[in-house]
Design a protein around this ligand. Structure first.
Ligand code: MRU
Length: 521
């Protein structure tokens, strides 16, 4: 890869504690273009040099370019000081040029403006603000990675994890340990990581050059894989969880990150694999309702049409080379920041489900109110969110899902697909061929029977029974009987809606029961 050179001094460094620091009027960092072959110190003495370093990815990663922008603003303030006077206009112009160096990561503008807010107090105040941001980033990284590691642990309890990450989100990309990669290092420290698959991250290879370098230094087992191998790795059961960073997150959770992230999220959703974004709060852009307004940087064709300085496409080949893409919120399991865990894919609260349910009095007969759930299933992302929620509640405790005809099939199928476990259907009488177990039960209106094919469940299998509505508890009690008659175990019971006041929950005591929302009967 050939990238323009910034002004550099070459030395061999000890492992850096942070990727950026201020040294008597100079910004000191590592030249990320030279890694992994060479750990080269980069000393930036002018705003031009800082802009060039950001543009050419000598300094890169949303958080790191923000910190570099803030320090660059301090550099400008120091350069434009003449005795007691300060050329504020020149500093503001430099700040705008710093912000324009790369358009996608919101952290750059956020950090430059924050440093600039101290301009009236003089250059030392601007520098103090930039250095405060550096120090804060360490605390932010610690809090976000703690939360993310806990979440990953809860989503795949007990087993040594196979993780996949994209681009670089470690110490090089931040002011401290990193975001997504920081969480991976924390999990590794806890002995939870079996292996990390590192997407090479075409075309500038931030994965194979930088993430692999950081993992190797930390002694964490990893393999570099072509970006195009990631979906196959998921299909082959090599991945428990995907962790990535972010450059800009819109108010609804749509997330811009390194190009290729969207494809990973699609593949992860296809295989029911958690897809987690780790980023500081400063990466949210609440001025954008959704990801359609995010500017995606396009980079030079040569980055794609050449490899290590040699052409790999015909002369004058044109290229499509966006540096980022946008992952829709509904494909993201969780966005973890230093303050919170936002769950776009499961942003389904009891209240939001209840609002989507329609009541039909006197249906199917007088005195019965029918709860119509079509509105719940019609809303994109809600079904996946409900499956995520149930899976979290029972993670590690079930090996299969038994869904009850008819509307239990909907959540049951989504859950089985989410968890990657077999789905078995309990059906109304006469539908199933061959020998069946059967269980009669009383309904709010009349009686009914459920049947299950003999041999459909393995003896000892831990089965989660799923239905749409819990009223008197008769249906789920029958489903639980079918599980036991098959020699399997009831791992728990889950429903979309519990109608309270009909004694259903009491009838099911002895079982773990989860209702995603409750309304009085
Ligand atoms: O073009 P880059 O290397 O700056 O892209 C970096 C990423 O996409 C990172 O995932 C993101 O900035 C988060 S870094 C903490």
């Amino acid at each position: 890869m050939e990238l323009p050179e910034a002004r550099t001094t070459t030395t061999t460094l000890e492992p850096p504690r942070t990727s950026l620091r201020w040294d008597a009027g100079t910004i000191v960092t590592i030249d990320q273009r030279a890694l992994p072959q060479e750990t080269r110190e980069l000393r930036l003495e002018t705003v031009e040099a800082v802009i060039e370093a950001i543009r050419t990815l000598a300094i890169r990663g949303a958080v790191a370019i923000g910190l570099a922008g803030a320090l660059g603003t301090a550099l400008s303030a120091h350069r434009h000081r003449a005795g007691e006077s300060l050329d504020r206009v020149a500093v503001r112009a430099d700040a705008e040029r710093l912000i324009a160096a790369r358009p996608t990561a919101v952290n750059l503008e956020w950090a430059v403006r924050r440093a600039l807010s101290r301009l009236d107090e003089g250059p030392e105040a601007v520098l103090a603000e930039a250095e405060a941001m550096l120090a804060e980033d360490a605390a932010v990284n610690t809090a976000a990675t703690e939360r993310a590691a806990e979440l990953v642990d809860a989503l795949s309890p007990g087993r040594r994890l196979r993780l996949l990450t994209h681009c670089n989100t470690g110490a090089l990309a931040t002011g401290a340990v990193g975001t997504a990669l920081g969480a991976i290092l924390r999990l590794a420290d806890q002995g939870r990581v079996h292996e990390v698959l590192v997407d090479e991250t075409r075309p500038l290879l931030q994965g194979s050059r930088l993430t692999a370098w950081e993992l190797a230094r930390a002694g964490v087992p990893y393999r570099v894989c072509p970006d195009s191998a990631a979906a196959g790795a998921m299909a082959g059961g090599l991945i428990d969880c995907v962790l990535v960073g972010a450059d800009r997150i819109a108010a609804n959770g749509d997330t811009a990150n390194k190009v290729g992230t969207y494809g990973l999220a699609v593949a992860a959703a296809r295989h029911g694999i958690p897809f987690i974004v780790v980023a500081p709060e400063s990466t949210w852009d609440h001025t954008l309702a959704d990801g359609t307004g995010i500017t995606l940087e396009e980079r030079p064709a040569a980055e794609v049409t050449s490899v290590a300085g040699r052409d790999c496409a015909p002369p004058r080949a044109r290229a499509y080379n966006p540096a980022f893409d946008v992952t829709p919120a509904e494909l993201i399991t969780a966005i973890v920041t230093e303050r919170r865990v936002v769950r776009p894919r499961s942003a389904v609260t009891a209240g939001s489900i209840a609002r989507l349910i329609e009541d039909f009095p006197d249906h199917p007969e007088t005195g019965v109110t029918f709860r119509e759930l079509s509105g719940v299933y019609a809303r994109p992302g809600v079904l996946a969110g409900m499956a995520d929620r149930v899976h979290e509640l029972f993670a590690g405790a079930y090996d299969g899902v038994l869904a009850v005809e008819a509307r239990g099939f909907v959540l049951g199928a989504a859950l089985a697909s989410r968890a990657g476990v077999p789905l078995v259907l309990a059906r109304k009488p006469g539908k199933l061929p061959g020998p069946v177990h059967s269980a009669d039960y009383a309904l709010e209106y009349g009686t009914d029977r459920l049947e299950l094919r003999k041999g459909a469940l393995e003896p000892g299998e831990r089965v989660l029974c799923v239905d749409d509505v819990l009223a008197t508890g008769g249906t789920l009690a029958a489903a639980a009987r079918l599980v036991r008659d098959s020699g399997a175990e009831v791992a728990g019971l889950a429903v979309v809606l519990e109608l309270t006041g009909l004694g259903g929950r009491d009838r099911l005591t002895g079982h773990r029961l989860a209702a995603l929302c409750e309304v009085p009967a």
